[in-house]
Design a protein around this ligand. Structure first.
Ligand code: NAD
Length: 334
């Protein structure tokens, strides 16, 4: 069975999900929806994707010489599952359209957990998404946290996690957000929403987070601190994280997120994406019984393989999460 996938919202996340679907052998892109005839719409066309648009935008698109296949309703008619990658808060409004079309839907981390009723991270709760109609793939930060908390909890038990998130202010192609010359505690009222978001996937975890925005576009950086239930050494933690397929150790002179991105360029990764958590293994420390380490999270791309696994679980084409993760990784080159 080849699953027919539609992408609604072809921006930072949408275009990456489309390309990741295209390299899998059990799913295909049947169309992507754009609202504006901008360069991304023309690039989608050039890549061979059928472009759809909201009914009232089609004329404008055609006026700009962009060939449109039809409306979003037309696109949904052809699809088994739609991956909604519209800006946070917009996806919610699309739920009734998807219900009416009888199509399964995946939303992204900008939407609330309640919208889908299932928040997803492949290595943490794949089984929960099997056969579901609606799933939300959690945000880049939450994905990055789940990927390390889940195995540490399984192996040693996480008594509590305390994380400081240093967040990029904007994506590289985003000219509207900031700051460009300040460090912004955000939110000022603590703890931040990221901890509760992790609990939508891993409800049993005691986690609290703080977050600041920094004038950079290159990745988020997490300072992770945990109290574990069983005594362990830094070497044991390092060995455990080394076994996680979506965790990559960085060192060899990499001392910043800029160098991580440069390595992704050197690896010829598409769009210089870094799908894995980048953990500085040298930073893994047990100090007075508590675990500490740094990890970098590439906000534009770490959720992409998770969307692929969510499709497989919802469509029930693979019931074993470990097998889906391996298949996704192999096809994408992780
Ligand atoms: P984006 O702004 O880059 O892309 C959104 C796309 O949706 C744009 O192409 C826009 O033209 C289109 N769009 C806007 N309104 C639309 C509508 N009504 N119907 C159809 N398309 C519409 O946004 P993004 O960064 O890709 O974020 C998408 C989702 O992914 C959000 O929920 C966000 O929180 C989440 N997310 C973003 C990142 C990130 O770092 N960019 C990381 C993880 C998750």
């Amino acid at each position: 069975m080849t699953v027919k996938v539609a992408i609604n919202g072809y921006g930072t996340i949408g275009k990456r999900v489309a390309d990741a679907v295209s390299v899998q052998d059990d799913m295909e892109i049947i169309g992507v929806a754009k609202t504006r005839p901008n360069f991304e719409a023309f690039m989608a066309k050039k890549k061979g994707y059928d472009v759809f648009a909201p009914e009232d935008r089609i004329k404008g698109m055609e006026k700009a010489n962009l060939e449109v296949e039809g409306s979003i309703d037309d696109m949904l008619e052809r699809a088994d599952v739609v991956v909604d990658c519209t800006p946070g808060g917009i996806g919610e409004k699309n739920k009734s359209i998807y219900e009416k079309a009888g199509v399964k839907a995946i939303w992204q981390g900008g939407e609330d957990h309640e919208l889908a009723g299932c928040s997803f991270n492949a290595q943490s709760n794949y089984e929960e998404a099997i056969g579901r109609d609606f799933v939300r793939v959690v945000s880049c930060n939450t994905t990055g946290l789940c990927r390390v908390i889940k195995p540490l909890d399984d192996e040693f038990g996480v008594n509590k996690a305390r994380v400081t998130l240093m967040r990029r202010a904007a994506d590289p192609g985003d000219i509207k957000k900031g700051p460009i010359n300040a460090i912004v505690p955000n939110p000022i009222k603590l703890p931040s929403h990221h901890g509760p978001d992790v609990k939508t996937v891993l409800p049993g975890i005691d986690i609290a987070t703080t977050a600041v925005k920094l004038p950079t576009t290159l990745m988020h950086l997490h300072t992770v601190n945990m109290e574990l239930n069983s005594e362990c050494t830094a070497e044991e933690v390092e060995a455990l994280l080394a076994r996680q397929s979506r965790v990559r150790f960085v060192g060899q002179g990499i001392t910043s997120t800029a160098e991580v991105m440069e390595m992704a360029r050197d690896m010829n990764r598409p769009r210089c994406d870094m799908w894995e958590n980048c953990v500085w293994n040298e930073s893994i420390t047990i100090y007075e019984g508590e675990l500490y380490f740094f990890q970098g999270i590439h906000q534009e791309s770490d959720v992409i393989p998770e969307n692929i696994d969510a499709i497989r679980a919802m469509m029930e084409i693979e019931k074993d999460g470990t097998k889906s993760v391996s298949k996704t990784n192999k096809a994408m080159g992780i």
